[in-house]
Design a protein around this ligand. Structure first.
Ligand code: ARG
Ligand code: ZN
Length: 881
């Protein structure tokens, strides 16, 4: 077998041909769908004359091919596993092909596939080539006209992009619908859906008065779960008009919920297709977190209509052009809809835990990669989340108004085009006059920059000297890094006043007031910033709002951190001070555990928590975040060698010590936040519930009788899934099977009919810290509600175990690793995209002790010996390199 080869950004060539119009006909049947395509092709004006016409196509069975009505004979075209080549194509032609495909056999969920008897598509990035022969690349944009034919009884609903123009009856119990999409689009935005679906409708009037019909299509049993998605959609449409001046451009906007979906959702023009988990909610079945995810994903896909669809990517190396910008837009939307500081805390926690780990591992890659083997492997935290941070830095460097001008210019100048990251950043440079040359390194350099900060206060001169040293560690293929342009937002908090001091920067151009935001521009490897007129000794508050995606070290003492926790006006940094304080305590305890000495709780941490609990923050939502200890995954990221057991033991010890010392305070918080209000996913209610449930988790950490009683009551009262799930998790994660088993059984029986709730039931069990977790995974893999073919099930059961149950996944007998490798080997055949994702924890083997390294590596080698998909091949090769 020949190894899959990488594609390089430097080899980009414009297409030899373009397609002005695409006419498609689908005759749907589960195992033999017939797709007829009529492509209006013409030679691209910029291409070299005489180049052959090479169309992409995979897993297609060609039935017929004709040019301008003339059938082609064998020898007039060439076929291989991935292409159809026509050597001497005319400069302008109509190419007609007819292929047969097998949606029922499509377990990769790429191209046209069946989900619960319903036909649907996923074309991004390269799924369209599994539907028909095409120039399947984002810089080929065509208008589409699509006719879908299907069985009238089984497939009453036939959808595609754009506007419905015709429908009618056909012989043999069939019917058809024809759709026209007037907006030229690349093939990755194409979609077809056919099934027995029902809809919920609403209306939206755009800012220029266009009436838009909004539809959410679901399976009949889910009709009562669409309200929040619809509300979120309308909120997103208003928000994009008000915030970015972006208006919707068709008369119809549809969302479809499907059960089998590799990712969260897809922004197909006018016909967004969603993983049911990212669209369906009901107070009894979905948690607050799920409600917020739905709001975020509905916003994300809707915002793509401009940042992605109207202006798209020239090639897939530019993926972050649409994803980074759109994540930034959806994060801002969610921040505006809910608690902004909590949204920031959540996003940063995720970035620092998961993206930083990616950046520090064997699959580290720049936000704009320069090569790939399998593009599906690049829908990563780096492209999405770090990409969003880069856009956020631009916003912060330019200020909102100028950033918005840059955004307007970008959309106006490149509307209808497929462009590059330079085009986007170029608009930002043009409107601001800033030189963003050095800033562009953020897109090409992988790895998380580290800043060592050092500060000195000079009483005599009333000056504060802040020295910042940056370095970015080597990543695969990038041994040497250059200094980046890093915006470091700071404040100086007076130790006497407890208030922010005015910032005057003493630079080469004389004194400059930093009052507007206090952003320092770090550009050199090392730079000292002199702040003058500093009237009292300050504690610096650094990287406020997490102004850049970096690791910043500063030798804070515990007193400094307690002080910032109380006084910092920056909500994010107040939270971060608490996290740093907890980390100092955890570090000592991890060392104690490893050295076998008695663990002693840090009283300053206890006192800081007492302060939080007794003089509550005004923002209850932020308080709940502050009371949450750093996760095991985050703690692991801070260790040179990850000691799984010591981390777990230290964290449990801190949690229990706090619970013992502050039992009454936690109880009081729990009681104060009980509520009988009708469920609403409002910021206030969510804050209340999270505060209450955090408090309960402390009480349950010591399995205090009162805590057990409250958890059982909360579980049985069953007000909403947030409270039920929180209580069930605490019961099931306790050491007491007498309280765990009955609750688990009751929940499992009650929700056996609802797959999204059963996913929660799976996750809760396999994340329990008790030593039987791995056996449960095996047992549950045989459960009738589980299937390796459904990505949500795989994530809920396998994903939760390998990512969120660290002590059990990393068992020293290696059984956790073996189980994951078994799953990867099966998924490699069924669904390569999911296989290549679920394998992630094994790729991080170098972070662990020697014994675990050997065990993990052995499993990677076992996987490598298989006949691998390009997806898994690429990841395993990198992991073992
Ligand atoms: N563009 C989609 C989104 O971010 C993601 C689609 C990714 N598809 C895939 N097969 N990897 O909203
Ligand atoms: Zn996206």
């Amino acid at each position: 077998m020949t190894e899959p080869q990488p594609v390089y950004l430097k080899d980009y060539q414009p297409p030899a041909f373009r397609i002005t119009h695409t006419e498609l006909k689908f005759d749907l049947a589960p195992s033999n769908t017939r797709v007829t395509a009529l492509l209006h092709l013409e030679r691209h004006p910029d291409s070299q004359p005489g180049l052959p016409l090479i169309l992409d196509g995979e897993k297609l069975s060609l039935q017929r091919i004709a040019i301008d009505g003339q059938e082609l004979q064998e020898g007039e075209y060439r076929l291989d596993a991935e292409t159809l080549t026509i050597e001497d194509a005319p400069d302008r032609l109509r190419l007609e092909t007819e292929v047969e495909i097998d949606p029922a056999a499509n377990t990769a969920l790429e191209g046209l596939y069946l989900s619960n008897g319903m036909f649907c598509t996923q074309c991004e990035a390269q799924g369209f080539r599994r539907i028909t022969y095409y120039l399947d690349r984002p810089d080929v944009m065509a208008t589409f006209s699509t006719t879908v034919i299907g069985d009238r009884e089984q497939l009453p609903v036939l959808l595609s992009n754009g506007n419905p123009v015709e429908r009618g009856e056909l012989p043999n119990g069939k019917h058809f619908a024809t759709w026209e999409d007037p907006h030229p689009k690349p093939s990755y935005l194409f979609a077809v859906v056919a099934g027995s679906l029902e809809k919920v409708e609403d209306h939206f009037t755009t800012m220029s008065g266009r009436e838009v019909l909004l539809q959410i299509w679901v399976e009949p049993e889910n009709l009562d779960k669409t309200e929040h998605a619809m509300r979120s959609l309308k909120a997103a449409m208003v928000w994009d008009e008000q915030t970015y001046g972006r208006e919707y451009d068709l008369d119809l906007f549809m969302i479809v919920a499907v059960n089998d979906f590799n990712m969260g959702a897809m922004e197909n023009k006018g016909l967004n297709i969603f993983n049911s988990a990212a669209v369906l909610t009901h107070p009894q079945t979905a948690t607050d977190a799920a409600y917020q995810r739905v709001e975020g994903v509905v916003g994300h896909e809707y915002f793509h209509n401009w940042s992605g669809n109207r202006v798209t990517c020239r090639d897939w190396f530019q993926l972050s052009l649409k994803e980074g910008f759109t994540v930034f837009r959806d994060q801002s939307f969610s921040a505006d809809m809910n608690s902004a500081p909590v949204k920031r805390i959540e996003d940063v926690s995720y970035l620092r835990t998961a993206q930083f780990a990616e950046d520090a591992g064997p699959t580290a890659h720049p936000v704009r990669p320069d090569h790939y083997i399998e593009i599906s492997n690049f829908y990563t935290l780096t492209i999405y989340e770090k990409g969003s941070e880069i856009v956020r830095m631009l916003r912060n460097l330019l200020g909102w108004d100028t950033f918005r001008q840059g955004s307007d210019l970008y959309f106006a100048r490149f509307d209808g085009q497929a462009v590059t990251i330079e085009d986007f950043v170029g608009c930002m440079a043009e409107v601001s006059g800033l030189d963003l040359t050095q800033f562009m390194l953020w897109y090409s350099q992988a790895g998380t920059p580290e800043i060592d900060a050092h500060g000195e206060y000079d009483y005599a001169k009333a000056e504060y000297h802040l020295t910042l040293r940056q370095r970015t560690p080597a990543t695969p293929g990038q041994p040497n890094k250059q200094p980046l342009h890093i915006p470091v937002r700071i404040g100086l908090v007076g130790t006497k006043s407890g208030e922010d001091l005015a910032l005057t920067l003493n630079g080469s151009q004389g004194k400059q007031s930093l009052s507007e935001g206090g952003v320092l521009h770090l550009r050199e490897a090392e730079q000292t910033f002199v702040l003058s007129d500093v009237a009292e000794a300050p504690v610096p508050s650094l990287l406020r709002g997490f102004s850049a995606p970096v690791k910043l070290r500063f030798p804070y003492g515990r007193e400094d951190l307690s002080f910032l926790l109380q006084h910092d006006v920056d909500g994010f940094n107040r939270w971060d001070a608490g996290q740093r304080l907890a980390m100092l305590a955890l570090d000592d305890l991890i060392a104690a555990h490893r050295n076998g000495v008695e663990k002693v709780m840090d009283v300053r941490l206890t006192e800081a928590f007492r302060g939080l609990l007794t003089a509550p923050e005004e923002d209850q939502a932020v308080l709940a975040e502050m009371l949450t200890l750093p996760s095991e995954a985050y703690i692991a990221e801070q260790q040179p060698v990850v000691d799984v057991d010591a981390i777990h033991a230290a964290r449990v010890f801190v949690k229990q010590s706090l619970a013992v010392a502050l039992r009454d305070e936690f109880l009081a918080i729990y009681q104060a936040n009980q509520s009988d209000a009708v469920y609403a996913p409002s910021a206030e209610q969510i804050a209340q519930r999270s505060l209450k449930n955090v408090a309960l988790s402390y009480l349950m950490s010591i399995e205090d009788e009162r805590g057990v009683e409250l958890a059982q009551q909360q579980f049985e009262a069953g007000h909403n899934m947030t409270d039920v799930r929180a209580a069930l998790t605490l019961l099931v994660h306790s050491s007491r099977s007498d309280i765990a088993e009955p609750a688990l059984r009751a929940f499992g029986e009650k929700w056996a009919h609802d797959p999204l709730v059963m996913d929660q039931w799976f996750s809760i069990q396999v994340t329990r810290p008790q030593p039987d977790a791995l056996d449960r995974v095996k047992y549950l893999m045989a459960h009738p509600a589980f299937s390796l073919k459904n990505p949500n099930r795989v994530r809920a059961l396998i994903g939760a175990f390998v990512n969120q149950n660290r002590i059990n996944f990393h068992r020293l007998d290696g059984e956790g690793y073996e189980l994951l490798a078994d799953v990867v080997i099966k998924l490699n055949k069924l669904n390569p995209e999911i296989a290549a994702r679920i394998i992630t924890p094994l790729t991080r083997w170098r972070r662990f002790d020697e014994q675990r390294q050997a065990l993990m590596k052995a499993q990677l080698e076992r996987i490598r010996a298989e006949d691998l998909s390009p997806n898994v091949f690429e990841i395993v090769e990198k992991a073992l390199a």
